[in-house]
Write a protein that binds this ligand. Structure first.
Ligand code: C5P
Length: 398
């Protein structure tokens, strides 16, 4: 059941929660599965379980401090050594520190230095878990590409009952084993466009839009997690993907995105076009900053290339998934795009929906298909919406 863990290098971060006792069992399971385990504990974790127990189980020293006995413990080496880092249990404090990059202990220093995928298994009381601060930190961490191991529901150390229990070691083992499996999309190459495009007016100003790139990045991460090689063509946003299977190409304008997408598309099995591409750009880009003159200024605009329509024309076996963001006649307009751009299905998100669309971490979507059928979904995290999209895409790839 845990055949993929043989020889894998696992860095286990343990923080100060009652659930720290589960980390001992988790360590045993990893070792039994043939993995190599190195452990870092926060100072408060050592009040719940001793480093001696964990070093005995892991057959390695346990790190608790950035320096000990006058010498420096190299957090960079540990971060680079690992194939995967798992923080279990992850307390509210540690989640906050990770989200902020507040590096006041060895565990956070290693986390910031690690280049491998990071999983975290929150553990806390139900009200702490539901607090907006915790929820915001968890969302923030997922936007860095870190993967949350969902909390369980049940009896808590406080005597209360509800969400907040750390996932069981057996479930974490299974998840990490799955992480190292080849994945159902192995051998597939997927093109994803994401983020806004910006169209320069002069050396200072541009025409842009409010897209954050979150949805497209989540799609790229999910495809990569399932084993696909992903070409992500990303417009200007501060967000970056984390998965090593994602090849990132940064662009600014619709024209640049178009050129890159056309080059990559023939080698791909599918394209998910989540970018909010500008439909028009200034007819001319002024060489110098445009000066204030009269009360009015008219801008001449010209059409940009339609990437989706162009790939739709060229497509052979490829599956194309598009997005539509509408403010009126949503379904009608989206269906028209689906046909006109020769897409296989279109993800419709509405600006009228609270918590959905631009900038949000959540989205509420509908999938519309060529045969006029549709699928409706609840409001959920964009990482979850990405799973629905890639799940549907997978069926079409078969
Ligand atoms: O027509 P509209 O721009 O609303 O269509 C949205 C879909 O088309 C999205 O999938 C978007 O990424 C794609 N698109 C594109 N190139 C454009 C405009 C939109 O790929 N120039």
């Amino acid at each position: 059941m845990s055949e993929n863990l043989q020889g894998k290098k696992i860095l286990l971060g343990i923080t100060g929660s009652i659930a720290a006792y589960k980390a001992a069992q988790l360590t045993r399971l990893f070792i039994k599965a043939g993995a190599e385990v190195k452990i870092i504990m926060t100072p408060s974790a050592t009040t719940f379980i001793t480093p001696l127990t964990l070093s005995t189980l892991s057959k390695n020293p346990v790190w608790t401090e950035v320096s000990s006995e006058g010498s420096w413990n190299n957090h960079v080496d540990l971060g680079l050594w690992a194939d995967v880092m798992i923080i279990a249990p992850a307390t509210a404090t540690t989640l906050a520190k990770l989200a902020l990059g507040l590096c006041d202990n060895m565990l956070v220093a290693v986390y910031l230095s690690a280049r491998c995928p990071v999983f975290f298994a929150p553990a806390m009381d139900v009200d702490m878990w539901h607090h907006p601060a915790t929820q915001r930190n968890v969302r923030q961490l997922t936007t860095y590409g870190n993967q949350m191991i969902p909390v369980g529901v049940g009896e808590l150390a406080s005597g209360l009952s509800g969400e907040g229990r750390m996932a069981e070691p057996e479930n974490i083992l299974e998840l990490i084993n799955e992480h190292f499996s080849d994945g159902p999309l192995k051998g597939k190459r997927i093109l994803v466009t994401a983020g806004p495009t910006i169209e320069a007016l002069d050396p200072v100003r541009y025409l842009g839009n409010r897209s954050s790139g979150k949805m497209g990045i989540a799609v790229a991460e999910e495809a990569a997690r399932l084993g696909a090689k992903v070409d992500l063509i990303l417009g200007p946003t501060h967000l970056r993907p984390a998965h090593p299977n994602i090849k990132l190409q940064l662009v600014e304008s619709a024209e640049e995105m178009y050129q890159k997408a056309r080059t990559r598309f023939p080698d791909c099995h599918a394209a998910v076009l989540a970018a909010a591409v500008a439909d028009y750009r200034p007819a001319e880009r002024a060489e110098h900053k445009i000066k204030k003159t009269g009360d009015q200024l008219s801008l001449g605009l010209v059409r940009t290339p339609d990437i989706a329509a162009s790939l739709g024309k060229e497509k052979e076996q490829q599956v194309i998934v598009g997005f539509a963001m509408e403010t009126q006649n949503e379904k009608e307009n989206a269906l028209r795009k689906l046909e006109a751009k020769n897409m296989d299905f279109i993800v419709l998100n509405s600006l009228n929906e609270k918590g959905a669309g631009f900038q949000h971490d959540t989205n509420r979507v509908r999938f519309l298909f060529r045969d006029k059928t549709e699928k409706n979904f609840e409001l959920k995290l964009k990482s979850e919406v990405a799973k629905d999209i890639i799940g549907e895409l997978q069926k079409l790839l078969k």
